[in-house]
Design a protein around this ligand. Structure first.
Ligand code: SF4
Length: 409
C-alpha cells in the first residue's frame, strides 16, 4: 500500500471514532477545488469549459480552512483547475498541514519545478502528479506535447528534494492492459511513493464523451492490468482494487468525499453537480443520498470512480473487526483475492447487486453547450446516438431478479 503508516493510523482511528459515536455519515476526504482555471485543456475534464467569469473566481485561504474545519475530514485533496496557478496556494497548503490534515496536491506539474521552493517537504503533503500513461498516451490525454517530459522531470526534482510524490492516473476505453503495466513499471522506477488509478467519469462538460469506460469493460480492463498488482505500490486500499477488478461489489458512498468549490458544497459528489449548499451541514442534511449511486441514478450508471467507491472500501476495511482482519490479510498477502465476490456493502450492510442494463451515456447530460474550441484538434467530440430511457434492474446477492424499473432520462 502506498499509504503512509501515519496516515493509515489517523484514518483508521477517525473511522473507529465515528463508528463508536454512531455518526451516520462522515467525510474521509475533502475534495477542495479552490479554482477551476487551468493551464491545460484536457479532453476528459469538465472544468476549463466554464465561462471566463467563473474561471476568474477562487476560494480564499480562509474559505479553504473554514471548509476543512466545517467537515472535519482527516484528508484533503486539493484539485481544480490547476492549484499551482492559485497565488495563495502555499498559504493554503501550510494552513492544512498546521491543522494536521493529509494533503493530496493534484497538479499537472507544469509549474511544479518553478514553484517547488514555496513548499516544504512534509509527511502530510503528497504531491499527486497527473500522469495518464507513458509519453504518447499522456500527451494525447492532456492534448499537448511535452507535458509528460515536464511532469517526469518535476517528479525527479521533487523526490530529490525530499517530497512525498504520488501519481494519479485516469483510465479510458482505449487503454491497453499491457501498456498500463509498462506504465506502472516506469512510474515505480521513478521512486514514487504510490500510484492512484481510477476509471474516468463522463463529466457533463468534458469535450470527449466517447471514451469513458462502462462498468463491465472497466472490470475486464483492470482484471488484466492488475493481474500482477502485488508488484506495485498503489495508493489505494486493497478492497478498492478488488472492486475495480470486479471482485467486490460496493454501493457508492458519495458523502465520503464531499466537494467544496467556488460555487459552495456540491451535491451529491465530486463528479456530479446537482446543486450547491452554503454549509457542510446543509449538504449532509438536505441531499437525498439514496437517490445516488449506481443503480439509483442514470448519471451514476457506469461510475466506478475512487471518489465515490474508495470510501466504501475504506469503511468496510476499517468499520469492523472482520473488515480489519480481512484487510490485514490482503496487505500481508497481496496476491489474495476476495472470496465473497458479487456481494454488496452499504452503511455496514450487504445490499443487493444493482445493474443498469441500458442507461444514457454522457452525451445528452450536458445542460449547456460546450464550445467546440474547448479541445485541440487531436481531441475528438463524439456525436453518436444514445437511448432516452434507462432500464434499472435490481438483483439480490444470489442473482435473482428483484425489480425492474424504466425511467426517463
Ligand atoms: S456513483 Fe459516481 S457519480 Fe454517482 S454519486 Fe457516486 S461518485 Fe457520484
Amino acid at each position: 500500500m502506498g499509504l503512509s503508516i501515519r496516515q493509515a493510523i489517523k484514518v483508521a482511528s477517525y473511522v473507529a471514532y465515528h463508528k463508536l459515536k454512531g455518526t451516520k455519515r462522515f467525510p474521509l476526504v475533502l475534495m477542495l477545488e479552490p479554482l477551476f482555471r487551468c493551464n491545460l485543456e484536457c479532453a476528459g475534464c469538465g472544468k476549463i469549459q466554464y465561462p471566463e467569469e467563473t474561471l476568474k473566481k477562487r476560494l480564499t485561504p480562509d474559505q479553504c480552512f473554514h471548509a476543512i474545519e466545517e467537515c472535519g475530514a482527516p484528508v484533503v485533496s486539493i484539485a481544480g483547475g490547476e492549484p499551482l496557478i492559485h497565488p495563495e496556494m502555499p498559504e493554503i497548503v501550510r494552513g492544512m498541514i498546521d491543522r494536521g490534515k493529509f494533503i493530496y496536491f493534484c497538479t499537472n506539474a507544469i509549474l511544479l519545478e518553478r514553484d517547488l521552493d514555496k513548499y516544504q517537504p512534509s509527511p502530510y503533503l503528497n504531491l499527486s502528479i497527473h500522469l495518464d500513461g507513458l509519453e504518447a498516451r499522456h500527451d494525447h490525454s492532456v492534448c499537448r506535447d511535452g507535458v509528460f517530459k515536464k511532469a517526469v522531470e518535476a517528479i525527479k526534482v521533487a523526490k530529490e528534494r525530499g517530497f512525498r510524490v504520488t501519481t494519479n492516473t485516469t483510465v479510458f476505453e482505449w487503454d491497453d492492459p499491457q501498456e498500463m503495466r509498462d506504465f506502472f513499471d516506469y512510474v515505480q522506477g521513478l521512486g514514487v511513493d504510490g500510484m492512484m488509478i481510477s476509471p474516468g467519469y463522463a463529466y457533463e462538460k468534458a469535450p470527449d464523451q466517447a471514451h469513458f469506460l462502462a462498468r463491465e469493460k472497466t472490470k475486464e480492463l483492470f482484471r488484466e492490468a492488475l493481474r500482477d498488482r502485488h508488484k506495485y505500490n498503489f495508493n489505494h486500499s486493497p478492497f478498492f482494487l478488488d472492486f475495480l477488478e470486479g471482485g467486490r461489489e460496493y454501493a457508492c458512498t458519495p458523502w465520503g468525499n464531499p466537494t467544496r468549490n467556488i460555487f459552495g458544497w456540491q451535491k451529491p459528489c465530486y463528479l456530479m453537480a446537482e446543486g450547491y449548499t452554503e454549509t457542510y451541514r446543509e449538504l449532509i442534511e438536505e441531499t437525498e443520498w439514496d437517490n445516488y449511486g449506481t443503480g439509483n441514478h442514470p448519471k451514476c450508471a457506469q461510475c466506478m470512480v475512487h471518489s465515490g467507491y474508495e470510501a466504501s472500501a475504506v469503511l468496510e476495511a476499517f468499520g469492523s473487526m472482520g473488515g480489519l482482519v480481512d484487510m490485514a490479510a490482503s496487505v500481508f498477502n497481496p496476491k489474495r483475492r476476495p472470496r465473497r465476490a458479487g456481494r454488496g456493502f452499504k452503511d455496514g450492510l450487504d445490499v443487493p447487486e444493482q445493474v443498469i442494463e441500458a442507461a444514457r451515456r454522457g452525451e445528452i447530460v450536458r445542460e449547456t453547450p460546450v464550445p467546440t474550441d474547448a479541445a485541440s484538434a487531436s481531441c475528438s467530440i463524439p456525436t453518436d446516438e444514445v437511448p432516452e430511457t434507462a432500464k434499472i434492474t435490481r438483483r439480490t446477492p444470489s442473482g435473482k431478479l428483484d425489480q425492474t424499473t424504466t425511467i426517463n432520462v
